[in-house]
Ligand binder design. Structure first.
Ligand code: PGA
Length: 252
């Protein structure tokens, strides 16, 4: 079933105490809001997962890790496995974020391993894709995103693909204040949905939640979320302030 999802990506921000306080604030505001039409996800640092998972009370608020190890367990110093993540109470994992692809050299091969491990552990991947500015300026963004999907989640079985959430995040819009126009975002998400229909089938395409990310804010969320193919957002900066994050949720 296609869900509306507003997911926060806290990145490398907040101490444990700050993160728990933020999560409680969001959870209380979401509970007060009452309507359970939107799935809310908090993408916290690894160190916060368990505490945040036990601090949230609203039943439609879930916790996500921002990454996972590409191996199930073993001698990989500093890595955090999918079973560790799942054992904290987290339900989602953000994978393939452009910052991880760029700064930590995550390739399609690595991401395929991570997606498979996450799915096997029952975690829901929020799989990110999106092009850099030079690609957008060259007008080749559709081909670029198509390749990103074809090299990774399009290789999943239909049953596994149905469990995935996709986030399209043009790199030029992330943290820059320069959001994609609602038309640019809608066009890309409609294109992705069409690719899914061709690769799998129309029902799977219709049921897939596809999010937009990149400078999504209380000011532009309503227009973005009003587009027919945009099923919510992956929110960076604005997810660090509970009121701003709630305003984005309330854009629905
Ligand atoms: P931003 O980040 O909302 O701060 O642009 C989005 C993201 O990187 O997920």
């Amino acid at each position: 079933m296609r869900k509306k999802i507003v997911a926060g990506n806290w990145k490398c921000n907040t101490t444990l105490a700050e993160g728990v306080a933020l999560a409680k604030q969001v959870s209380n505001l979401v509970a007060e809001r009452g309507a359970k039409d939107v799935v809310v996800v908090l993408g916290t640092p690894f160190t916060h997962l368990a505490s945040v998972a036990s601090a949230i009370e609203a039943e439609n608020v879930f916790v996500a890790a921002q990454n996972c190890a590409a191996e199930p367990k073993g001698a990989f110093t500093g890595e955090v496995s999918v079973s560790m993540i799942q054992s904290t109470g987290a339900a989602y994992v953000i994978l393939g974020h452009s910052e991880r692809r760029e700064y930590y050299h995550e390739t399609s091969e690595i991401l395929n391993k991570k997606v498979a491990l996450a799915l096997a552990q029952g975690l829901i991947p929020i799989y990110c894709c999106g092009e850099a500015l030079a690609i957008r300026e060259a007008g080749t963004e559709n081909a670029f995103v198509k390749t990103q999907l074809e090299e990774t989640i399009f290789n999943l079985s239909a049953d596994d693909f149905k469990k995935i959430v996709i986030a399209y995040e043009p790199i030029w819009a992330i943290g820059t204040g320069r959001t994609a126009s609602s038309q640019q975002a809608q066009d890309m998400l409609a294109f992705i949905r069409q690719l899914i229909a061709t690769k799998f089938d129309q029902t799977i395409a219709n049921d897939c939640s596809i999010l937009y990310g990149g400078s999504c804010s209380p000011a532009n969320a309503k227009e973005l979320f009003g587009q027919p193919d945009i099923d919510g957002g992956l929110i960076g900066g604005a997810s660090l302030k509970a009121e701003d994050f709630l305003s984005i949720i309330n854009a629905y």
